[in-house]
Ligand binder design. Structure first.
Ligand SMILES: Nc1ncnc2c1ncn2[C@@H]1O[C@H](COP(=O)(O)OP(=O)(O)OP(=O)(O)O)[C@@H](O)[C@H]1O
Ligand SMILES: [Mg+2]
Length: 278
C-alpha cells in the first residue's frame, strides 16, 4: 500500500504518461443571461485525466462542478479553452465531434429511470436508441444486472426498487454501451450513509472491473477521498482549481482505510481548504 501524499500541482497535467483520456485546457465558462447579469462559472480550468483514473470533484455549492462535468461530457461548450477526449478536440467550432458521442456514460443525482419501463428495458434503452437488436439488448442487460448486483430484478419496475438499487440501475444503463468514461454528478447524494458506503464499494469494484475513467462529483469529502486517485477541489466565483490532492492508497480499497491516519490527514486537509472558502 502506498503512502498518501498531497500534490499541489496547479494544472493537474500528468507528466509524460501518454495520451490523456480527458483533458480541459484553460477552460472558461460564462453563462450569458438574455437580459441582466451573466455568471462567470469557471475560470482557467486545466485538468488532464489519465485512462482508468478516478477523479473526485469537490467544492462548495455553486462553484461550478456540474458545469465542469457538462463541459467534459460535451453537453455544453466552454466559452473559451479546449476540451479533448482521447486526444481529439470535442468541439470543431460550435459542432461537437460525433465520434465522442459513445464515449461517455452519464449518471446524475436522480436515477432518472423511466417508470413505465422494466429495469431491463431502462438499462438497455441506450442500446435500443442505437438500433441494437432485442436479443443482444437482453443479454447485455442481464450481464449488467449481474455487474451491479441486480440479478433477479430485470423484470421489476423502478418503483419496486430501493433508492440504492435504482442508482445501481442508472449506473448499469450508463455502462450499457461500454463507455470509456463515466461522468457522475452526486449519484449517491440522496442515499443513507450505510447504503452509500455499499454503493461506494460497488462503484469501486465496477470501475476496476471495467477499467473506465471516472469523474465523480460529490459533497462528501470522505466519499471523494475513498474513491479517488486524485481529488480536485474547486473554489467558487468563478470556479477555479484550488488544489489537486493525490490519494496514495492503492485501489481497490476496503472501508477500513478510512480509519488510517494517512486517509484522515487527507480528509482534514481538504476540509480546511473548503473552510477557507467561507
Ligand atoms: N444553465 C445555467 N444558466 C445560468 N447560470 C447557470 C446555469 N447553470 C449553472 N449556472 C450558474 O453557474 C454557477 C455554477 O453552477 P453549477 O451548477 O456548476 O455549480 P455546482 O458546483 O454544481 O453546485 P451544486 O453543488 O449546488 O450542485 C452557479 O452560479 C450557477 O448559478
Ligand atoms: Mg451541481
Amino acid at each position: 500500500m502506498g503512502s498518501p501524499s498531497l500534490d499541489k500541482g496547479g494544472t493537474g497535467t500528468l507528466a509524460a504518461e501518454g495520451a490523456a483520456e480527458l483533458e480541459v485546457q484553460a477552460v472558461d465558462k460564462t453563462y450569458r443571461a438574455r437580459a441582466g447579469a451573466s455568471t462567470h462559472a469557471l475560470s482557467d480550468i486545466s485538468l488532464s485525466v489519465a485512462p482508468g483514473e478516478f477523479i473526485s470533484l469537490v467544492g462548495r455549492s455553486g462553484c461550478g462542478k456540474t458545469t465542469l462535468l457538462r463541459i467534459l461530457a460535451g453537453l455544453i461548450a466552454p466559452t473559451s479553452g479546449r476540451v479533448l477526449a482521447g486526444g481529439r478536440d470535442l468541439w470543431q467550432g460550435s459542432k461537437r465531434d460525433p465520434a465522442a458521442l459513445g464515449k461517455f456514460g452519464l449518471v446524475f443525482q436522480d436515477a432518472n429511470l423511466f417508470p413505465w419501463f422494466s429495469i431491463e428495458d431502462n438499462i438497455a434503452l441506450p442500446l435500443k436508441l442505437r438500433g441494437v437488436d432485442k436479443r443482444t439488448r437482453r443479454a447485455k442487460a442481464a450481464e449488467l444486472c449481474g455487474l451491479v448486483g441486480l440479478t433477479g430484478f430485470e423484470k421489476s419496475y423502478p418503483r419496486e426498487l430501493s433508492g440504492g438499487m435504482r442508482q445501481r440501475a442508472a449506473i448499469a444503463r450508463a455502462l450499457s454501451y461500454d463507455p470509456s468514461v463515466l461522468l457522475m454528478d452526486e449519484p449517491f447524494g440522496a442515499l443513507d450513509a450505510l447504503t452509500r458506503d455499499r454503493m461506494n464499494l460497488e462503484l469501486q469494484r465496477i470501475s476496476v472491473a471495467t477499467g473506465a475513467t471516472v469523474v465523480f462529483v460529490t459533497h462528501s469529502i470522505t466519499e471523494a477521498v475513498f474513491l479517488a486517485d486524485r481529488v480536485v477541489l474547486l473554489s467558487p466565483r468563478p470556479g477555479r482549481i484550488r488544489s489537486i490532492t493525490r490519494v496514495g492508497f492503492d485501489r481497490p480499497r476496503e472501508l477500513d482505510v478510512e480509519s488510517e491516519p494517512g486517509f484522515q490527514h487527507v480528509v482534514r486537509t481538504l476540509r480546511h481548504q473548503l473552510d477557507e472558502e467561507d
